[in-house]
Design a protein around this ligand. Structure first.
Ligand code: RFL
Ligand code: PHB
Length: 391
């Protein structure tokens, strides 16, 4: 099998890249180790930045998002039983975000790819990337019980944090920057209308809580839990009781309860692999970097990476210049590190570390009060949340 761009992984990064390349008349093949149902059901992100929304629309995949997605003009910060709303458009000159689940973005992209795009092979597991330093990199993969080889001009590893692409970069060319956090998120989906019309990020002495949503009928909620927690060890009523405690306000706000349809635990880590390119192998999305989900940045970063790659390749085809492809890693990393910083700030602002000292608790509250009372501090949060521009 032969193609111009071999794409490993059909998460948002790989699927959107295939779409952008198709729109530019460049052929690609996508290899995905899981089956379609699994990819379409995997619960993850919920927030699309303004720039991501614009990219999806321009790629011709914004129709259902515009009909069913919920535009959000702010978030609420909750701490010390007080509430503070951050108004995005007022602080950023008009930016907002969209609540539209990653599962739905993936479904829309998969449907379009199957209808009009190039090959998208499910249950096709990439085993290794070979010859990254040559003109003809290859992906060895297994599909329908047979091993095969995909020959490419370029390989883009969009295979997430646990993928194989990153491993093809020799250790002497790699540098990893990492931080693990001593807590996780227990996430639930519940059949109950969201108790607030915007996301609520709560800092509490017992730990962080987040109220989000998937639609006007489905809530998505998260609780900070100790690292290594088993999702099954929390009974449904215990989860609701704990959420209620952490969201409690002085003005009598109440949390609606409903049937929990899914429970899972996500560890929290920050991770960056530099560089994001080795020869003709490029890394995009979670394959290259991970952020803790508190800033809602992971999917949006993946979108930024593949837009940068697609533009660089189109630039090469149009002008013969490899300048932008050569700058890929540097261009992406500037934005990645801003998102890493923002996600780290949001995480340390809102979570309670198990060994937090009374001094650190007071500083955390002071940081929150600063955001609630200084337009400059609040603007910094609003700009970070609605997204950093693509170069
Ligand atoms: P993905 O989505 O992990 O997709 C990688 C794909 O590669 C496949 N794969 C392989 N295929 C072939 N051969 C192999 N050897 C392969 N190895 C792996 C996998 O099966 C998979 O289909 O990476 P991608 O495309 O880079 O997308 C990244 C995003 O998924 C991720 O950053 C976000 O979900 C992070 N995230 C959030 N991001 C946001 O922008 N906003 C949010 O609100 C948000 N909330 C979240 C989140 C992530 C969470 N979890 C579960 C980690 C909330 C949570 C709880
Ligand atoms: C979600 O809806 O899943 C979500 C929203 C905001 C975040 C993280 C996750 O910061």
């Amino acid at each position: 099998m032969r193609t111009t761009v071999g794409i490993i992984g059909a998460g948002p990064a790989g699927l959107l890249l295939a779409r952008l390349l198709h729109n530019a008349g460049i052929d690609s093949v996508v290899l995905e180790s899981r089956d379609r149902a699994y990819v379409e059901r995997r619960q993850r992100a919920g927030i699309l930045e303004q720039g991501t929304v614009d990219v999806l629309r321009a790629a011709g995949v914004g129709g259902r998002m515009d009909r069913e997605g919920l535009r959000h003009d702010g978030i609420e910060l909750r701490f010390a039983r007080e509430r503070h709303r951050v108004d995005f458009p007022a602080l950023t000159g008009g930016s907002s975000v969209m609540v539209y689940a990653q599962t739905e973005v993936c479904k829309d992209l998969i449907a379009l790819q199957i209808e009009e795009g190039g090959p998208l092979l499910f249950e096709a597991e990439a085993l290794a990337v070979e010859g990254a330093e040559s003109e003809r990199p290859r992906v060895r993969f297994r599909h329908e019980g047979r091993e095969d080889v995909l020959e490419c001009d370029y390989v883009v590893g969009c295979d997430g944090f646990w993928g194989v692409a990153r491993r093809a970069i020799p250790a002497e060319h790699s540098r990893v920057f990492e931080r693990m956090y001593p807590f996780s998120w227990l996430g639930i989906l519940a059949d109950v209308p969201p108790s607030h019309d915007e996301l609520v990020y709560a800092r509490h002495d017992r730990g962080f809580a987040l109220l989000s949503m998937r639609s006007s009928a489905v809530s998505r909620l998260y609780l900070q839990v100790p690292e290594g927690t088993d999702a099954g060890s929390w009974a449904d009523e215990e989860i609701w009781d704990e959420l209620e405690r952490r969201f409690e306000t002085a003005d009598g706000w109440s949390l609606k309860r409903g049937g929990i349809t899914s429970k899972s635990v996500t560890p929290m880590r920050s991770h960056v692999h530099e560089p994001m390119r080795h020869g003709r192998l490029f890394l995009a999305g979670d394959a290259a970097h991970i952020v803790p989900p508190t800033g809602a940045k992971g999917l949006n970063l993946a979108v930024g990476d593949v837009v940068t790659f697609a533009r660089a390749l189109v630039h090469l085809e149009e002008t013969g210049s490899v300048e932008r492809l050569d700058a890929y890693s540097e261009t992406c990393l500037r934005r990645v590190w801003q998102a890493e910083r923002f996600s780290y700030d949001m995480t340390t602002l809102l979570h309670r570390a198990p060994d937090a000292t009374p001094f650190e608790d007071r500083v955390q509250l002071a940081r929150l009060r600063r955001i609630a009372t200084s337009r400059a501090a609040e603007t910094d949060l609003a700009e970070g949340y609605t997204g950093f521009p693509l170069d």
